[in-house]
Design a protein around this ligand. Structure first.
Ligand SMILES: NC(=O)c1ccc[n+]([C@@H]2O[C@H](COP(=O)([O-])OP(=O)(O)OC[C@H]3O[C@@H](n4cnc5c(N)ncnc54)[C@H](O)[C@@H]3O)[C@@H](O)[C@H]2O)c1
Length: 273
C-alpha cells in the first residue's frame, strides 16, 4: 500500500478495525489517508495512541473523500451506523467485516451494489490473519483488487463464490482463534495438574500449536497422516486420542461449529431487516 494514495474510511474503530489499520500502517500506508468514525471516546483515545489517528465521534465530510469504506461495527449496530454514515459515503466501495449481515441488507441500507463482504480473524493483528471474501455482481475486478491490497496487509485471503458460505467461514476461521485459545487453556490446565508450572505448560502448548500448524502448512500430507506419525502403537498419543474418541470429542467439536454457523445465519435474520 506504500505508494497507494487511496483514502480509506472505517466505521467502527474497535478490535477488527484496529487489526486492519495496523496492517495498512505496517505496509506503509500514511495514517493521514485513514478516516475513522468511532463514537466511544476511550476507544478514540486508544486509536490516537496506537496509530496517531484522530477518529471522529460521528460521520462527517471527511468520509466523503474515502474511496473505500470498511464497516467494522457489531452486527447489532450496523443498520443504525449505516443510516448515520450513508449521507457521507458518496460513491465509495464498501467492505464489511460484520458477521452474519448479508450484502442484500447492506445494499438496501446504503443504496449501492458495490459491496464486498469479508470474514477476517484476529490473528490479523499480527499479520497472520485468514480472511474469506465475497463480492456482489456489481463489484469490478479493479474493486476486488483494491480490497485484496487492503486485506493482504493482514495475512492470507481467499474468495468464496456463494455468500452463504461466509457463515461457514465465520464458524471455522472467524471464530476459530477462540477454539485454539480454548485448547490452550485446557492444555495449560492439564500441564499444571501434571506438575508443570503454568508458564511452562503454556509455553509448551503455544509452541505446539505454532509448530504443528507450521508443519501442516508446509506439508502436502493430510492431517490424518500427520497425526498417525505422532501416534506410536500402544503409546501415549494413542492413549490420549482413544480417550478423546471414547468421549466423542470430535463429534462434539463439529457440532459446536455447526452452532456457530447457525448463529451467523440468525444474526443475518435478526439484524439484517
Ligand atoms: N473480533 C473478532 O474476532 C471478529 C472476527 C471477524 C469479524 N468480526 C466482526 O467485526 C465486527 C466488529 O467486531 P469487533 O470485534 O471489532 O468489535 P468492537 O466492539 O471491538 O468494535 C466495534 C466498534 O464499533 C463502534 N461503534 C458502535 N456504534 C457505532 C456507530 N454507530 N458508528 C461507528 N462505530 C460504532 C464501537 O464503539 C466499537 O469500538 C463485528 O461485526 C464482528 O462480527 C469480528
Amino acid at each position: 500500500m506504500a505508494n497507494d494514495n487511496t483514502r480509506i474510511g472505517f466505521i467502527g474503530g474497535g478490535n477488527m478495525a484496529s487489526a486492519i489499520i495496523g496492517g495498512l500502517i505496517r505496509q506503509g500506508m500514511a495514517a493521514s489517508n485513514i478516516e475513522i468514525v468511532e463514537p466511544y471516546e476511550p476507544q478514540r483515545a486508544k486509536l490516537k495512541e496506537q496509530f496517531g489517528i484522530t477518529a471522529q465521534a460521528e460521520p462527517g465530510a471527511a468520509l466523503a473523500g474515502c474511496e473505500l469504506v470498511v464497516w467494522a461495527v457489531k452486527p447489532q449496530t450496523f443498520k443504525d451506523a449505516a443510516a448515520q454514515a450513508k449521507p457521507h459515503t458518496g460513491t465509495a466501495l464498501h467492505l464489511s467485516v460484520a458477521a452474519g449481515i448479508r450484502s442484500d441488507s447492506i445494499a438496501r441500507w446504503l443504496g449501492t451494489q458495490r459491496i464486498v463482504r469479508s470474514m477476517p480473524n484476529t490473528p490479523a493483528l499480527v499479520g497472520k490473519g485468514m480472511t474469506a471474501l465475497f463480492a456482489r455482481d456489481a463489484v469490478t475486478a479493479a474493486d476486488k483488487a483494491q480490497v485484496e491490497r487492503v486485506i493482504a496487509t493482514t495475512g492470507e485471503f481467499l474468495w468464496v463464490d456463494e455468500e452463504k458460505h461466509l457463515d461457514a467461514v465465520t464458524a471455522l476461521s472467524g471464530s476459530g482463534p477462540a477454539y485454539v485459545f480454548y485448547f490452550l487453556e485446557a492444555m495449560r490446565q492439564a500441564g499444571k495438574e501434571m506438575g508443570l508450572t503454568e508458564q511452562q505448560a503454556y509455553k509448551l502448548a503455544v509452541g505446539t500449536f505454532v509448530g504443528a500448524s507450521a508443519l501442516a502448512q508446509a506439508s502436502n500430507d493430510p492431517p490424518e497422516l500427520l497425526r498417525e506419525r505422532v501416534t506410536s502403537k500402544g503409546g501415549t498419543t494413542y492413549a490420549a486420542t482413544t480417550s478423546m474418541d471414547s468421549d466423542n470429542v470430535k463429534a462434539h467439536f463439529i457440532k459446536a461449529l455447526h452452532a456457530a454457523c447457525k448463529r451467523a445465519d440468525e444474526l443475518g435474520n435478526e439484524f439484517g431487516a
